[in-house]
Design a protein around this ligand. Structure first.
Ligand code: GLU
Length: 516
């Protein structure tokens, strides 16, 4: 059993941060950035990072969504010290498992006179809301049940009438709080209607549960999206009613699309899961998200998570909205792909190779090693992991006939001397052994050159087209040994077979000869 929640003081000297997602869908990159800023602060300052699942909205919360959020956080490397799976001293960490705690807190407010039962029906509340809107007023609870005596409320409850519990907002005038990002923020209590804290079905409302949890979990800093700014005065009043010290607040500007509207589906990918499926590396997404609204300073942009954490300061987070720049993410991703371990990259790219028909089932060790080798060769020229199969298609999907249907390949054949080079390449490669390395390939090229008199581009372009089926791609010095190494693999290792140079040159020359 967890220790008594009250044993952790909200004034604990070390920082305690939390991420509190509602499991109602995938993890949006804006929320991932919120999680990241909390995590960076916790890791940089030796604090604790708590994960709390806010699943009191039973209609919209799902276990599938919770699992996918946890999975995405793990994929990003945003490990939590306390929360689901990790446990911790102030759990449970799912709101649906804390209903007794909320009940006890609501009773406390009722006993203090800071809350009251509200018997208004949904129809009454709806009519009030509509007439306020019609009169051009912001909708606000009228306070109809505010003055009900405790005895009357008890009698109506005993008679089976449904009631919500509302917080009695004190008429203190201004309620303010210091926000690390936005400065001092003030709301007037006149605009705050008494909020429901417990619904008639017993479920706690967000503003209430979040205060109870942040206080009992000893959260020192609440860093969240600016969509919660207007909730904060209600929360501050609840802290006061309980006698709990409020945490430090920091509301982050939302992540926007290029048109400065909040990033949404119509801008393209918005969830961590989508970026993950689109070949973005987790370290790239983490690094890029940290740059939205914050800068590590010194003109540095590429920094791994641990270094970001060491430099991160909440005070340096900007107030203006950050625009999600997909090209910049691609640039950051390109960097991390270049420096990634090729074996890891190959593993991350396996689903894409499978989809491209290159990988069938489990890979034998030699095939795995080969794939890592060629992924390493291609890594410098892609922006995303999912582009690797097309960069390496020349190895596994070579087909002379198909290549010759391409306009750019046929245009190449129209150049003078090209057919001679292709014919000579077929004969010379038939006569040579496997081309294990760059020097062996160079020797072959020299023989083709002396037979045809072609050199430079006029020599290498036709050779590229014949051996790779493409007019551009990886340097032949690398591509040719990669072809030969793949061709030497024993078959049935789980990889599509790679035809060797000799077979390619022969097939291409034969296909060219068949052309009119
Ligand atoms: N569950 C809330 C959300 O996802 C958390 C808000 C907060 O951090 O207080 O928006």
């Amino acid at each position: 059993m967890p220790e008594s929640a009250d044993s952790v003081s909200p004034l604990s000297p070390s920082m305690r941060l939390r991420f509190a997602p509602s499991p109602t869908g995938h993890l949006h990159v804006g929320n991932a950035r919120t999680a990241l800023f909390n995590w960076l602060l916790a890791r940089g300052q030796g604090g604790a990072f708590v994960l709390r699942i806010e699943d009191t909205d039973v209609e919209r919360s799902t276990a599938v969504s919770e699992a996918s959020i946890l999975d995405d956080l793990r994929w990003l490397g945003l490990t939590w010290d306390e929360g689901p799976e990790a446990g911790g001293a102030v759990g449970p960490y799912r709101q649906s498992e804390r209903l007794d705690i909320y009940r006890a807190h609501a009773d406390r407010l009722l006993a203090q006179g800071d809350a009251y039962h509200c018997f208004c029906t949904p129809e009454q509340l709806d009519a009030e809301r509509k007439s306020a809107l019609a009169a051009g007023q912001p909708p606000k609870y009228s306070g109809r049940c505010r003055a009900l005596g405790a005895d009357e409320a008890r009698a109506r409850l005993a008679a089976g009438e449904a009631a919500a519990i509302r917080f009695r907002v004190p008429a203190v005038g201004d309620v303010g709080f210091d926000d690390v990002v936005r400065g001092h923020v003030v709301f007037h209590t006149d605009v705050i209607g008494d909020p429901v804290i417990v619904r008639s079905d017993g479920r706690p409302a967000y503003n209430f549960a979040v205060v109870v949890d942040d206080a009992l979990m000893g959260i020192t800093h609440v860093i969240r999206g600016e969509d919660h700014v207007s909730n904060t005065p209600r929360q501050v009043l609840l802290y006061r009613a309980f006698g709990y010290a409020p945490p430090t607040f920091a509301h982050l500007s939302l992540v926007m699309g290029p048109d400065h509207a909040p990033l949404s589906k119509r801008h393209g990918a918005t969830s961590v899961a989508e970026f993950r499926a689109n070949g973005i590396l987790p370290e790239a997404l983490v690094n890029y998200l940290a740059l939205i609204g914050w800068s590590p300073g010194d003109g540095v942009e590429i920094l791994p998570a641990a270094d970001l954490a060491a430099r991160f300061r909440l005070e340096d987070v900007g107030k203006s909205a950050g625009v999600f720049d997909i090209d910049k993410l691609a640039w950051v991703n390109r960097h991390y792909i270049k420096v990634a371990d090729p074996g890891r990259l190959a593993n991350l790219a396996l689903p894409y190779f499978a989809r491209a028909g290159v990988v069938h089932g489990a890979l034998r060790d030699d095939a795995q090693g080969y794939l890592a080798h060629v992924v390493g060769l291609a890594a410098g020229s892609v922006d995303r992991v999912d582009e690797l199969p097309s960069r390496l298609a020349f190895l596994f999907a070579y087909d002379a006939e198909v290549a010759l249907q391409r306009d750019d390949v046929r245009a190449e054949l129209a150049e003078p001397g090209v057919r001679d080079v292709i014919a000579a390449l077929a004969e010379e490669s038939a006569a040579s052994g496997p081309l294990a390395d760059r020097d062996a390939f160079r020797a072959l090229a020299t023989r083709v050159r002396s037979r045809t008199g072609q050199k430079g581009k006029a020599l290498f372009h036709p050779m590229r087209v014949a051996l790779t089926g493409d007019v551009s791609g990886m340097e032949l010095d690398l591509a040719v040994p990669a072809i030969e190494r793949g061709a030497a693999l024993p078959v049935a290792g789980g990889l599509q077979p790679v035809p060797d140079v000799r077979a390619r040159a022969a097939a291409f020359a034969a296909a060219v000869a068949r052309l009119a």
